[in-house]
Design a protein around this ligand. Structure first.
Ligand SMILES: [Zn+2]
Length: 98
């Protein structure tokens, strides 16, 4: 028995679908934006997508399914966490210099 898998969902070792993080959870976790990149050939246009503009119940992986590249109109969009925010979180509010 094999069920068709949704490529936008994660599955555990048993093949069970694991619930994706939603926009609301991302915001609660301190994320404000997603970095997205166009995968179209010779484009690679990048943009920041504010999470607060998205429905809170929307799974984060589905945010990109609604997007189109503003540069070429392409719909193959790759999502990454905003590393700038990750660094800010890792280093905390109080900088030790450097
Ligand atoms: Zn593009």
């Amino acid at each position: 028995m094999s069920h068709p898998r949704n490529p936008r969902r994660a599955y555990d070792a048993d093949g069970s679908e694991t619930p994706p993080v939603t926009v609301g959870q991302g915001l609660a976790d301190g994320y404000r934006t997603l970095m997205v990149y166009c995968e179209a050939h010779n484009c690679g246009h990048g943009a920041e997508v504010p999470l607060k503009d998205r429905p809170p119940h929307l799974p984060v992986p589905d945010v990109t399914s609604k997007l189109r590249c503003s540069q070429c109109g392409g719909r193959r969009i790759r999502m990454m966490v905003n590393v700038t925010e990750l660094y800010a979180r890792a280093h905390g509010a109080g900088s030790t210099g450097g």
